[in-house]
Structure formats: C-alpha cells, structure tokens
Design a protein around this ligand. Structure first.
Ligand SMILES: [Zn+2]
Length: 321
C-alpha cells in the first residue's frame, strides 16, 4: 500500500475507532493494547496500518546526528522536490501538518543524572576520506527518548520487543502550563484526566497521554533540570494516582512528558516509573513542541530504536495533525 493510501486509512480508522470508543464507554473495556488480547476494533485498525509503509517512511533517518554535528559537505539541497511532492500528497489526504516532537541532541543536552549523554569520535571526514562517519557512545536515557518496560522491571519487554502497533498512537495533550509556571513541583492528577475527558471525550484506546507543561522551552538553561542546592530537581511529572487510573480504567499505550522524567523532579521513589513500565507500557521523556499540537486529534509515530535488549533510547517522535 502506498503511503498516502495508508495515511487516509490511519485517519479514517482513528475516527471510527474514536467513535466506537465513545459509544462503548458504558460497556466493557476493550482488551489492553499491551496484553496481546486485542479487540477486533484495534485489530482492524492495525490491519489497516500493517500493509502500509507508514512507519518505515516516517521513521527513516530517525538517528541522523547531522543537526548536532558539523559536517564537512554542505552542498546537499533541502527540501528535495520529491519531498515537496510527497507533502502535497499528504495534504490532499487530510494530513495538514507533520510536527517534529524531538529535540536535537548533542553532548550539551541536559540529562537526568547531569552527565553528558553522548560522546562522539569522528572516524572519517569527507575532506580526507571522501565520506563522514562517527562513532558515538550514547547513554540510553538521554535526549528525547523512550523508556521501555524493561527499564523498571526484571523481565519486561526490551525496547526492540515493543510491538510496532503500540508505537502509533492517538495523542492526548494535557495542558498544565499555568500550574507549572506557578509550581515547578506540580503533577498530572486524575482530575486533569477527567477534565480533559469532559471537554474532549473519552481518552482513545491505544493513546499516548502527554503532559504539556511548557518545560521544553527551558531546555537550553539550568531551569530544565532546576536542581536546588541539595541537588534535588524541580520539574513537573505524572502523579502515580493518574497513571494508576490510566492502568485500571483506560487502555492507553504510553505516556509522555516534556521534562526529564515521567515522575516529577522531586521524586525519590520513582513511583510512576515502577507503576507504569512493568505493566508493559512505554514512556517518552524530553518531548518537544507540544505547543504546536491540538489537545486532541494528532497521531503520534514513535520511532523507538530496535537494539536488542535495550531499556530505551533516543527516539524520533513525530506527530501527524
Ligand atoms: Zn528514560
């Protein structure tokens, strides 16, 4: 199936799925997208995706380090005419915008532990060797990245084992910016989830629920980690009650934050990580540009790495609006 055909299918499947979900709210819950016991609705949706080259097309170049590293050869033209043609095709199929939710990553990007998340060695340069290539040593949980279930469990799924169907998800954006501006230690609560649902309908099946605190705007300053004199960090995250509510009462695939951790910065017990990840769920940290998205209606494509046995890793996150 061609990309544009697939895009139309994504949109129509999501719409019909969301309708079905809202119709089903009083009835039985569909099976969890991570349980392996998938509902027919979910299965149909995914079958629609399965034939398409969507993921492959969207995820190509997911680990390009070009923006962060000076290259010798700058004569490549962007965008290529084919890119522009492809964009027009997508627009005709109802995809108005493609938003990059990924921060550019380099050795200065703030990390949870405070140490640089990458060191790079140039092994060949275009001027000398006719091509460029680097060797990178990368900490798994740095930059815009995914936490796999294995990160906080003995034998949960490693990042390569996350089913690709779980990595394309309707996005729920929870706007807590005004609270975060007043209180760096604020957390996403069950009340936030209920308020969102009151306005936008039930959280869709297989969704990614994202905390939008506006914290990505601090990424170039100390405020991103916001460590106090004792080294305790202060930034927003999910409250464990909110993720327990999602686990028990809604069937979502992942959660996302625009800060360094699914737990708020002050957390010493990582209650959210321990509650969420072992249940076969994933999390995204250091997500960017949620400001460019609506509260409801975007579809997230999570370009998680596929290294065997990994607990997470640098991820290209793209939203289709
Ligand atoms: Zn992480």
């Amino acid at each position: 199936m061609c990309v544009e055909g697939c895009m139309a299918l994504v949109r129509s499947r999501l719409q019909s799925e969301s309708t079905l979900e809202n119709e089903n709210t009083a009835g039985n819950e569909p099976a969890s997208p991570t349980s392996g016991d998938k509902s027919s609705t979910r299965r149909n949706f995914l079958q629609g995706l399965a034939g398409g080259g969507l993921s492959a097309a969207m995820l190509m170049g997911a680990f390009s380090s070009r923006p962060a590293l000076a290259m010798d050869h700058e004569s490549v033209e962007h965008p290529h005419p084919d890119d522009r043609r492809n964009r027009k095709r997508l627009l005709r199929r109802g995809i108005k915008r493609i938003v990059d939710l990924t921060h550019s990553f380099d050795g200065n990007f703030p990390t949870f532990g405070g140490k640089s998340g990458i060191s790079s060695k140039k092994l060949a340069s275009f001027s000398k060797d006719g091509y460029n290539v680097y060797e990178h040593k990368i900490f798994e949980h740095a930059g815009t990245h995914i936490d796999a279930p294995l990160h906080f469990s003995q034998d949960g799924a490693s990042v390569d084992e996350i089913e690709v169907e779980q990595l394309v998800a309707p996005l729920v954006r929870l706007d807590i910016r005004s609270r975060a501006a007043d209180d760096s230690d604020t957390q996403v609560t069950v009340d936030d989830l209920r308020k969102w649902e009151k306005k936008h309908g039930r959280i869709p099946y297989g969704a990614c629920v994202a905390m939008y605190s506006g914290w990505d705007s601090f990424v170039g300053s100390r405020k991103f980690r916001n460590a106090d004199k004792k080294g305790v960090m202060h930034f927003p995250g999910f409250h464990v009650d909110a993720v327990n509510f999602l686990l028990k009462s809604r069937k979502v695939s992942g959660i996302a934050v625009d800060t360094l951790s699914l737990d708020y910065g002050r957390s010493q017990d990582f209650a959210v990580h321990y509650a969420w990840l072992p249940k076969g769920k994933w999390g995204l940290e250091c997500v960017a540009n949620l400001s460019s998205l609506p509260a409801k209606g975007a579809v997230l494509v999570v370009g998680a790495p596929k290294w065997r046995g990994g607990t997470g890793g640098l991820t290209r996150v793209i939203a289709l609006v």
